[in-house]
Design a protein around this ligand. Structure first.
Ligand code: NAP
Length: 476
């Protein structure tokens, strides 16, 4: 596939390409241009030239185009899901869910087309004021490989409906679905230059976008360290940023929780997308009085998960997305064993058999008796490994849950409303679930505190991340 710049499919200026690998089979599925600084600059110019035309049509006209695109994507959802599974590794069911999520987010923002107008404000003894909301101009979106379609929608939905133009840099492991979705948006009538996709290394293409004087805002999703680098570059240029970074979400299971529900929540919360979700359950705290029963039930559930190529039927968990992530998980488990940092109850190995020879597979893993200082609890474990810690009380659970540099999501599982309220009040997280985990919806604001980021996506609040507010005061 080629990049999309100014409505055209183009190669990189230097003519170089890089391969896209299927993480389940190790096979090359395609290649994409290895974009350069020059390509990123050309894309910014295209977005800049397209801005005034796109900003001057009504939000309803913009919504018309985006609605049309969502309709085409829905018709093509099966082939898009296959592409996503082949480049990302997730199961076909997960991929279909993600493509459906893309259309829902796009349609949600189309529905807000009439909502982002300014306000009238009466000013006593003076007169009145009014506010005007304007798009920012050219925005850059830099996205990761774990949910490339959904995260693309979280960025293009609010950015485009509010009249901005965009240059998007996909993750180098998963650009194919992004490129295909962008070409469908063009097919639906999105004017040339409004959405441009530049593939290539983050340090080159991403940083050029962040540094470009014509880019007014950067919306980034990815690792904390990359986010800090982007924030540093953006601060020196006084640019707006949204940073959606990593997480190490705690799940607290109280002694009165519905254990069947909590087991299903932990299974989905941890092993969905092979554990590569920013708001996955990454640390599980369970009350001592129910721990043995709960862990046994969870172990049974994990042993029933079927691991394999996401393209095949009846598979619950595909491979990790890439070699780096696979090596990280293997190394983490080696360290747990060498340092005796917990007891592996199930999993902990690369599955055996010819079906697993060439992919980045790892067994869904459950580890108990994990000491508090373990890397399993300190780092963001982006893979199918769940550490369990037993706690005596809610107070102890919350203290342990908050002992993290992250603050993305958290969940509390209880039937007791008082306990739930203590959790809502005291857990340090941008999103807190009661008796569920992982669920997101286009209308619900999403984002983290602490090192998990700055700003919010989804919901009406995300629009203000892409709009400039001008105030006019009038004396009467
Ligand atoms: P990453 O390594 O930070 O990469 C994310 C994106 O940034 C990629 O497109 C990457 O390009 C680009 N990039 C790398 N270095 C850059 C630089 N110096 N300047 C500009 N761009 C640069 O993250 P990842 O490994 O792809 O994604 C996993 C992380 O994303 C996890 O920490 C996860 O929790 C987080 N995440 C957060 C959310 C949220 O909403 N909070 C959602 C999903 C994922 P290349 O691919 O070319 O390196």
């Amino acid at each position: 596939m080629k990049m999309l710049i100014n409505g055209k499919s183009v190669e990189a200026c230097n003519g170089e390409f890089f391969d896209i690998i299927n993480p389940a089979t190790g096979e090359r599925i395609d290649r994409v241009p290895k974009g350069t600084e020059n390509d990123a600059t050309i894309a910014v110019e295209a977005a800049s030239s397209a801005f005034s035309g796109w900003a001057s049509i009504s939000p309803q006209q913009r919504a018309g185009i985006l609605y049309r695109a969502a309709g085409i994507i829905r018709q093509k959802k099966d082939e898009l899901a296959v592409l996503l599974t082949r480049e990302q590794g997730k199961t076909l069911a997960e991929a279909k869910n993600e493509i459906a999520g893309f259309t829902k987010v796009l349609e949600y923002y189309c529905g807000l087309a009439s909502s982002f107008h300014g306000d009238f404000i009466s000013v006593p003894q003076n007169g009145y004021a009014f506010t005007v909301k304007k798009p920012l101009g050219v925005c850059a979106a830099i996205i990761p490989w774990n949910m490339p379609a959904l995260i693309m929608a979280w960025k293009i939905g609010p950015a485009l409906i509010s009249g901005n133009t965009l240059v998007l840099k996909p993750a180098s492991n998963t650009p194919l679905t992004n490129l295909t979705l962008a070409s469908i948006l063009s097919e639906a009538g999105l004017p040339s230059g409004v959405l441009n996709i530049v593939t290539g290394p983050g340090e080159v293409v991403g940083e050029t976008l962040v540094k470009s004087p014509k880019v007014k805002k950067i919306s980034f999703t990815g690792e904390v360290e990359t986010g800090k680098r982007i924030a540093e570059l953006a601060a020196g240029r006084m640019k707006r940023v949204t940073l959606e970074l990593g997480g190490s979400d705690p799940m607290i299971v109280c002694d009165d929780a519905n254990l069947e529900d909590a087991v299903l929540g932990a299974l989905r919360g941890r092993y969905y997308n092979c554990g590569q979700t920013c708001t996955a359950v990454k640390r599980l705290f369970v009350f001592e009085s129910i721990a043995e029963k709960f862990i046994k039930m969870l172990e049974t559930g994990i042993r029933n998960l079927r691991v394999g190529n996401g393209m095949h039927e009846n598979i619950d968990m595909g491979p990790l997305n890439n070699h780096r992530q696979w090596e990280y998980i293997k190394e983490l488990i080696r360290e747990v064993e060498e340092k005796d940092e917990g007891r592996i109850i199930t999993g902990g190995r690369v599955p055996e058999g010819s079906a697993f020879n060439k992919g980045y597979f790892f067994e869904p893993t459950l580890i108990k008796d994990v000491p508090r200082e373990s890397r399993l609890l300190k780092e963001e474990v982006f893979g199918p490994v769940l550490p369990v810690v037993q706690v005596k009380s809610l107070e102890e659970a919350i203290e342990a849950a908050n002992n993290s540099s992250y603050g993305l999501g958290a969940s509390i599982w209880t039937k007791n409303l008082d306990q739930a309220h203590i959790g809502f009040e005291q857990l340090n997280a941008g999103i807190i679930w009661l008796n569920q985990h992982l669920k997101v919806a286009p209308e619900v604001p999403f984002g983290g505190t602490r090192e998990s980021g700055i700003g919010r996506e989804n919901g009406p609040d995300a629009l203000s991340e892409y709009l400039d507010l001008k105030t006019v005061m009038i004396k009467t």
